[in-house]
Design a binder for this molecule. Structure first.
Ligand SMILES: *Cc1c(COP(=O)(O)O)cnc(C)c1O
Length: 452
């Protein structure tokens, strides 16, 4: 049994194991952790997945990263706890499928990573008797998924900051009705203010006595579980060894990196389509080799993807032999020709997003939401330049339409059904604190309420 090591994309800090990489979040040199080499699954191991339920596939994939850190029986139990919901695959038309990642407790794909990450954090903290405060700034989906996943996990306190006017009522209730070890704070400011306060707390020497960690997509613990649903989809929809196409709506590029990880581990993948909204730094980079982050990020209807400088690009660049630092500066160009062979990207405007949501409903009688529809349009852009042929293709739908009722109703004329899990949360009484976008006040809160 050999332990896998993770190195920093900036190459200036020592390699660490999975436990250390997850507890630290970011590497000390401000790079992101990534496997030194990817563990491989043999083709016959992958072929066996066709007969296995999701949680068992999760176990067989994640075991490759946790060997020597988490015993197999414990990991298997964690996978059973984390994945007790379905992963529907619907036919759009012959050979083209929709994968709905919206059946978890907070109805977005972020549940897949948050649920597993909470299991792992809980175990690591119990092993060494430590306590940890997870600080998260959210514009909606991340906060809800993290709060639900870490609710009642021993040794963990969760503090979620959200901008009071930028979160929908149902998104807010998925965070503010939990209590126990979860505290939510409404900030009288913008998402950027919340993010800035969290970043400042991490760098504040006065807070060194409080063990702080983050659960956002820079953490390798959020990335690895996101490779599992690509194996799952291929096991159900492709013949053994048959290459498959994935189209993924992308913001911070954590979800699409899950597909990259699956391919590096041996899954035959023909193309990964990473579609973005108006925040088009990546498609421009792929086309020209010049990277220019977008600051401030552009607002759009697919608001969970309003990211001007996707944090996971440093990992994608690393896979293709290049080096990009956290500011977006390229120190070594990746192999762009290889990247273009494997990855396609296009930018979808709000106008096309809305039109496409309506057209898709009219043509297929399937309801999407603004993020999934960006993936569908990106797929149409790709097949216009490269014929699909016989390859199976999967469009990834990342949230339930009920999370975006206003947009969906505007386009199709009626509000989407609310899933049972969301409905239950929405009925509970809310409990949250409020404060201004003032770091001094937040710091005092963090110190006083440290014992939640
Ligand atoms: C977070 C999110 C995305 C973007 O995922 P990344 O991993 O940041 O690229 C897409 N859709 C929804 C609904 C999300 O919540």
């Amino acid at each position: 049994m050999s332990k896998l090591f993770f190195r920093s994309t900036n190459g200036q800090s020592p390699a660490v194991d999975l436990r250390e990489a997850m507890l630290a979040g970011q590497a000390p040199d401000r790079g992101l952790y990534f496997p030194e080499t990817f563990p491989r699954l043999a083709q016959d191991e992958i072929a066996e997945f066709a007969k296995l339920p999701y949680r068992e596939i999760a176990f067989r994939v994640l075991r490759k990263f946790s060997e020597g850190i988490i015993p197999d029986d414990a990991l298997a139990a964690m996978c059973r706890k984390a994945y007790n919901f379905g992963v529907p695959l619907e036919v759009i038309h012959y050979g083209v499928y929709l994968m709905r990642l919206d059946q978890g407790p907070t109805a977005s794909f972020k549940d897949f990573a948050a649920q597993m990450m909470a299991q792992m954090f809980g175990r690591f903290l119990q092993e060494n008797g430590r306590q940890l405060t997870i600080l998260t700034a959210t514009s909606g989906d991340t906060g809800a998924a993290v709060a639900h996943a870490f609710h009642k996990i021993p040794g963990v306190r969760v503090l979620v900051l959200f901008p009071i006017d930028e979160v929908s009522l149902s998104q807010r209730k998925l965070m503010t009705t939990l209590r126990d070890n979860v505290r939510t704070v409404a900030i009288n400011g913008k998402f950027d203010d919340c993010q800035a306060m969290v970043k400042r707390a991490f760098a504040d020497p006065d807070l060194k006595h409080i063990a702080l960690s983050s659960a956002n997509s820079i953490n390798i613990g959020r990335l690895l579980p996101q490779s599992v649903y690509y194996f799952y989809a291929a096991s159900r929809l492709a013949q053994p060894g048959e290459p498959i196409v994935f189209s993924v709506p992308s913001g911070n590029f954590g979800d699409m990196m899950g597909a990259v990880v699956a391919r590096e581990m041996g899954l035959p993948v023909r193309k990964i389509i990473a579609s973005v909204n108006d925040n088009d730094a990546f498609p421009k980079f792929l086309a020209t080799g010049t990277y220019q982050k977008i600051s401030p990020s552009r607002n759009s209807v697919s608001n969970a993807m309003n990211v001007g400088h996707p944090s996971n690009l440093v990992r994608l660049v690393a896979v293709y032999g290049g080096q990009m630092d956290e500011t977006g500066r390229i120190h070594k160009q990746p192999d762009l020709a290889a990247m273009r062979r494997d990855v396609f990207s296009s930018s979808i405007s709000d106008g096309r997003t809305r039109d496409s949501l309506r057209d898709f409903w009219n043509q297929y009688q399937i309801l999407l939401e603004p993020h999934g529809v960006v993936a569908w349009q990106g797929f149409l852009d790709w097949i216009a330049v490269e014929p699909l042929g016989d390859s199976p293709a999967v469009i990834v739908e990342t949230a339930n339409p009920a999370k975006f009722p206003e947009e969906v109703e505007k386009v199709v004329g009626w509000p989407p059904d609310v899933p049972a899990a969301m409905e239950a949360a929405i009925k509970l009484p809310e409990d949250f604190d409020r404060m201004g976008a003032d770091y001094g006040e937040f710091k005092k809160y963090l110190t006083d309420r440290h014992g939640i």
